[in-house]
Design a protein around this ligand. Structure first.
Ligand code: NOJ
Length: 548
């Protein structure tokens, strides 16, 4: 089984924001290709590309008008293929978006449907109604922007259903032709050589009256079909579920190992911030305890931030208020049910907390997904609409447009960050390249060290240990005879970590003395007694490889 994704480190990149080769103010494939050396030197092994297809861009390209082509802003299909070859030549895998729940209202399928006769097969590619009151159990997701999941189409003279913006009509998965068309799109990209597909908004495919219209059995049945289809035609490809659901329903996307290979760990993500806020490991240990071993070949995709708001949809109302109060006191930072901030400004620019969350991202079970720019602690722009504030151009240098583009600064599709704390003159790749202690170099060192133990971190089992202090998260990762002990202080004050060494030494009492080596500092310590004790400074972490 080629399960490359289990030992991968994924880098999420917005092609439009990464590098602009033709100076039109938009990032493109030629630009991204020219920056592959950087990505390789960072130490990531797979790139996840945000939508780059023709689109009216009402939802940053998640409103697709043509599934088989490249938006002219980003280049051509040939540019994409050149990029793919160049990435593969460097052993970088490429994951693209399969936006299968909805299209743009500009897509020819919708244009055909709205003009077709009521009840005709062409009309039925989408969901229509004469009244806007059906499927009432389906929540409105973009609640700051849409009041209903139904909108009136004056051409069709009917309402159509949309789970997101009203410019994104939902496809009708009960229509066999729709399912077939989506399988064809899947084949198109996998035939080109794409290694993985992120299944956008996958819980919402099938709708049934009287339900929440999320994670229905029919949706899972289709996913099994999709998986079997992919497996029968292509080797070593990966499906990644974007299913922002409660723990039990998120797990369902792995099926019995016959649905998606990966799913984002939405249950864990907000609990990392809750634990940091409460200075207490329990929110993390509690959720990890609920996560069973996954079916063979399956893997979590772990993340801290992405191109969307930090979603607080799946925490309790009280927890959401608590997280909002703590992490987003500025109301402009709140959107829908989440927080639209990048990692660094979210954490108040605090390097220790940024490193701490990254340590957890890189050591907890799952494949880590890094968001472009977070490796240099890029800032955001709360004055931009929607979620664009976390999608600004990559900051390469202190020169014009942060080295992202040679265009007239006024023609940039999104402005570069110029707020005093995160100005591109100071926060950029070139400057951090030169500073051995920069976050960029810290991240490089961590990824390089992690790569040497890729199987342990990617496939290892997890054992949570009592850490001796409520603020200390202690856990062991084990794979074959290898093990690593992670101690993380979630508190803003120093804490004494205290761990029973019999959990570390296997079999108990064997091979003493046992030596531990910190993955990052290289410092060694020897276990001297039945308990390992370490004073951890505020927000400090140790990643101790057991070298008995
Ligand atoms: C999830 C994507 O991450 C988000 O950016 C998008 O708006 C919705 N799905 C709708 O496609």
């Amino acid at each position: 089984m080629d399960d490359w994704y289990r030992t991968a480190v994924i880098y999420e990149v917005r092609v439009r924001s990464f590098a602009d080769a033709d100076s039109d103010g938009n990032g493109d494939f030629a630009g991204l290709t020219s920056r592959l050396d950087y990505l390789q030197s960072l130490g990531v092994t797979a790139l996840w590309l945000l939508p780059f297809y023709p689109s009216p861009l009402r939802d940053d390209g998640y409103d697709i008008a043509d599934y088989r082509s490249v938006h002219p802003d980003c280049g051509t299909l040939d540019d994409f293929q050149r990029f793919l070859e160049a990435a593969h030549a460097r052993d970088l895998r490429v994951i693209t978006e399969l936006v299968l729940n909805h299209t743009s209202d500009q897509h020819p399928w919708f244009q055909r449907a709205r003009h077709a006769q009521r009840g005709s097969p062409e009309r039925d590619w989408y969901l229509w109604s004469d009244a806007a009151d059906g499927l009432a159990g389906a929540r409105v997701i973009f609640r700051d922007f849409e009041r209903s999941n139904w909108s009136w189409d004056p051409v069709a003279e009917q309402f159509f259903f949309h789970r997101f913006y009203s410019s994104q009509p939902d496809l009708n998965y009960d229509h066999p032709a729709v399912r077939e068309a989506i399988l064809d799109v899947t084949d198109f990209w996998l035939q080109l050589g794409v290694d993985g597909l992120r299944l956008d908004a996958v819980p919402y495919l099938f709708k049934r009256e009287g339900t929440t219209c999320e994670s229905l059995p029919e949706t899972h049945r289709f996913l099994r079909e999709l998986r079997a289809h992919v497996d029968s035609r292509f080797a070593g490809r990966m499906l990644l579920a974007e299913a922002n659901q409660c723990t039990e329903q998120t797990l369902a996307y792995f099926g019995a190992g016959d649905e998606c290979h990966m799913a984002f760990n939405f249950p864990l993500m907000p609990r990392l911030y809750l634990a940091l806020e409460r200075e207490c490991a329990e929110p993390i240990t509690e959720v990890l305890a609920q996560l069973p071993d996954l079916p063979p070949g399956c893997q979590w995709a772990t993340f801290l931030r992405n191109h969307d708001e930090l979603s607080l949809e799946m925490v309790s109302d009280a927890e959401r208020q608590e997280l909002w109060r703590h992490w987003a006191p500025d109301p402009r930072a709140r959107i829908n049910l989440g927080i639209r901030r990048r990692l660094a400004p979210l954490l108040g620019g605090d390097r220790r907390r940024i490193e701490l969350l990254n340590v957890l991202l890189l050591t907890l079970p799952g494949t880590p997904v890094l968001y472009y720019g977070d490796e240099i602690a890029m800032g955001d722009n709360l004055y931009l609409p929607d979620r664009h504030g976390v999608r600004t151009p990559m900051q390469w240098s202190g020169t014009r447009n942060a080295g992202f583009s040679a265009c007239d600064p006024q023609s940039l599709a999104l402005p570069v960050v110029v707020s005093p704390d995160y100005h591109y003159m100071g926060t950029n790749v070139e400057a951090q390249d030169r500073q051995p202690g920069s976050l960029l170099n810290w991240t490089r060192r961590f990824l390089a060290a992690r790569k040497r133990h890729a199987a342990l971190f990617g496939r290892g089992a997890l054992r949570i240990l009592p850490g001796g202090d409520p603020g200390v998260l202690a856990f062991l990762r084990l794979h074959d005879s290898r093990r690593v002990l992670v101690l993380a202080n979630l508190a803003a004050s120093s804490r004494l970590a205290s761990v029973d060494t019999s959990a570390i030494v296997q079999p108990p009492g064997a091979a003493s003395p046992v030596r531990l080596r910190d993955l990052l500092s290289g410092h060694e310590l020897t276990l001297a007694g039945p308990t390992l004790q370490a004073i951890l400074e505020p927000h400090a972490a140790l990643v101790l490889l057991v070298a008995s």
